[in-house]
Design a binder for this molecule. Structure first.
Ligand SMILES: Cc1ncc(C[n+]2csc(CCOP(=O)(O)OP(=O)(O)O)c2C)c(N)n1
Length: 625
């Protein structure tokens, strides 16, 4: 089998079954993208995985994981005004971090072109909300292209890149979780690398690039004029297409994944509506939509999450005095969750019951067992929560942050009772510490998040003298999103680099109370947390150990590595069940007779559980047993 990296660099046209995220990378190669940047977040990290499959010396573009989405956007912008076609990609909520930079982009003359790939997450599969980033289009005067499947991801990226380069403006390519992760056979074009002129082309004469004073308003005017051009292009663009089923009574206007779900549902329909599938969702291709409305008596607008396109279409119908009956979300109350085929079947049956058979509930045979999130067997965060909990009172307030350690909120640990977004825990904890002499406040924070957005909250706590304890869980990697390296990992995406040591950063800030221990030394961690919490000043406890999952993967590659695991001595076990109920590593299975056994498929032999058994019934397994 050919390696993915070689496939992505084929010169001749080919077709291959690939994920949406992989199709995007071939688009980047073919479009001659020169710079790409990102901060990891689902559903987009596999874009970087595909990039990584191309050996660095063969990679026709530069890629980096930046410290956060705002910086990633700035890197891509800087490269683009130097003449290089660039791309930045990140998850839905990443846009909130990038927004301060992102909203100015359209005021600039981006001579190289810049595609902003947003991975939205309807259904909140792996996000703290299901925000609909199409709203940013209006705020920032930025066009939005939205593909529905991997083939379109590739095609739309190419078109977004071409358009952005010609128009010198940013274009949003909005993906959603199942468009990123779906697989499809995609036909790719040829790749002719014309060579690359690396001359830096930044010229202030191409500006203005300084949006202040008298320049701001002309820059805004230019952004609006560009939008007019996109609107005109959008009417003829092949990205918008009509499926004519000869139905003059009923039509559906739809976008992205809901389009695919609709096609599934219509397989069983008695009658098929005409369909207008929008590939450019902002600005609305007004003439195209106008014609479609005028040709049909009833039009259903089928869009996931918010009524972004619906509002535009209703305004258009009002302006143009079109009397077509419009059926949208207002009539359906369907604002939450992904538009899966099942859901769309329900919506269409409600819209036109005579057209689509009543929605069929999925048969019980097809239900998959629920798999609630949990920390991995041997996870250092479990060890840390187990230890930290022993140091705290029930009345203390614990604040979670984003990462694998968020899962500490789950029973039995129940550590981290509030969560907001990356880097928010020191700030929220500081607020909770105000007018509060009776309940100690403890914030948790991961190390990737420390660099991403945690540092400002820490500086604030120090500077404004907030009485909180921060527990910094340093595992050397961005674990939750797939072990991407960060500033303290000793590697960037491309090469080894000097570690930026978290401890020295904290010391450099002048934090007086810094405690540190190995995450797995539970007794010591408990004592240090007690000591830190007793200080009525900002204090930090660092719980450090490489992420065990990553560490064990590396160990297994070494020659002579021997698998280890633990055993339970049935003679010693008194069925106290701390291992199952308090430490709660999924490796332990409580039998019907009250005894406990080890799931040998799960146990990775880190041995952190050995400390948790009050009667010392857990011990390293002897070799071969
Ligand atoms: C603004 C934003 N960007 C990206 C993400 C995706 N994300 C979720 S958890 C996480 C990793 C956090 O890493 P770290 O702080 O080191 O904690 P760990 O998972 O290693 O415990 C990331 C990047 C997000 N939720 N929000």
């Amino acid at each position: 089998m050919k390696k993915l990296g070689d496939v992505l660099l084929r010169k001749e046209p080919f077709s291959e079954i690939v994920m949406g995220n992989t199709a995007l990378v071939r688009g980047m190669v073919e479009a001659h993208t020169r710079v790409a940047s990102s901060y990891p977040g689902s559903p987009t990290p596999e874009i970087a995985t595909a990039i990584q499959s191309i050996p660095r010396e063969k990679r026709p573009f530069y890629f980096e994981f930046s410290t956060n989405e705002k910086v990633a956007t700035e890197v891509a912008y800087g490269a683009a005004v130097n003449g290089h076609l660039s791309t930045v990609f990140f998850k839905s909520v990443g846009l909130n971090v990038a927004a301060d930079t992102f909203v100015q982009l359209n005021h600039m003359n981006i001579i190289g072109g810049m595609v902003v790939v947003l991975g939205d997450d309807p259904g909140a599969n792996s996000s703290q909300n299901e925000q609909d980033n199409r709203h940013i289009a209006r705020l920032s005067y930025t066009p939005v292209f939205e593909p529905a499947n991997p083939e379109e991801v590739y095609q739309y990226y190419m078109e977004a890149a071409r358009f952005s380069r010609e128009m010198h403006m940013p274009v949003i390519l909005r993906l959603t979780t199942h468009v990123c992760h779906a697989k499809q056979r995609v036909s790719f074009g040829p790749w002719n690398d014309p060579g690359f002129d690396p001359t830096p082309r930044f010229d202030p004469g191409n500006g203005p690039y300084i949006p202040i004073a008298a320049d701001v308003l002309p820059m805004k005017k230019r952004a609006l004029e560009r939008l007019e051009t996109v609107a005109a292009y959008s009417v003829t663009s092949p990205l918008n297409r009509t499926i004519d089923n000869g139905n003059k009574k009923r039509g559906v206007i739809t976008i992205g994944l809901p389009f695919l779900s609709l096609m599934d549902v219509l397989g069983q329909a008695v009658e098929k509506p005409d369909i207008l599938k929008l590939g450019i969702v902002y600005p609305l291709p007004r003439n195209l939509v106008k014609q479609f409305l005028e040709m049909h008596e009833n039009v259903k607008i089928l869009e996931e999450l918010d009524d972004v396109v619906e509002k535009d279409i209703k305004a258009l119908a009002f302006d143009e005095k079109i009397s077509t009956t419009l059926i949208g979300k207002m009539d359906m109350d369907d604002w939450v969750g992904e538009y899966t085929p099942d859901k769309v079947a329900g919506i269409m049956a409600k819209t036109w019951p005579d057209m689509v058979p009543e929605k069929q509930a999925p048969s019980a045979d097809f239900r998959v067992p629920a798999r609630p999130p949990q920390m991995c067997p041997g996870c250092g965060h479990r060890s840390a929560f187990h230890a930290v909990k022993k140091a705290l009172k029930d009345t203390d307030i614990t604040v979670a942050d984003i990462g694998c350690h968020t899962l500490g909120y789950l029973p039995p640990y129940e550590s981290g009772r509030l969560l907001m977004c990356m880097g928010a825990s020191p700030g929220i904890a500081s607020g909770l510490a105000l007018f509060n002499d009776s309940r100690k406040v403890i914030a948790f924070l991961g190390d990737s998040t420390f660099f991403h957005a945690g540092i400002p909250g820490i500086i604030n706590a120090l500077f404004n003298k907030h009485n909180i304890t921060l527990i910094l869980m340093e595992n050397g990697t961005t674990a939750m999103t797939g072990h991407q390296d960060h500033a303290a990992s000793g590697r960037n995406f491309n090469e080894p680099t000097d570690k930026i040591p978290v401890r020295q950063v904290l010391e450099g800030l002048g934090i007086k109370h810094i405690f540190e221990t190995d995450t797995y030394l539970q007794g010591k961690l408990t004592e240090l947390v007690k000591e830190a919490v007793a200080i009525d000043e900002f204090a930090v406890v660092m719980a450090r150990h490489p992420c065990m999952l990553k560490f064990m993967r590396e160990q297994r590659k070494k020659t002579g590595f021997r698998e280890r695991r633990v055993n339970i001595d049935p003679e010693k076990c008194q069925k106290i069940h701390d291992c199952v109920a308090v430490f709660a590593c999924p490796t332990f299975i409580r039998r019907a007779d009250g005894g406990v056994e080890i799931n040998t498929d799960l146990c990775i032999g880190d041995g952190s559980c050995i400390q948790t058994c009050p009667v010392k019934a857990i011990a390293p397994a002897e070799e071969g047993k």
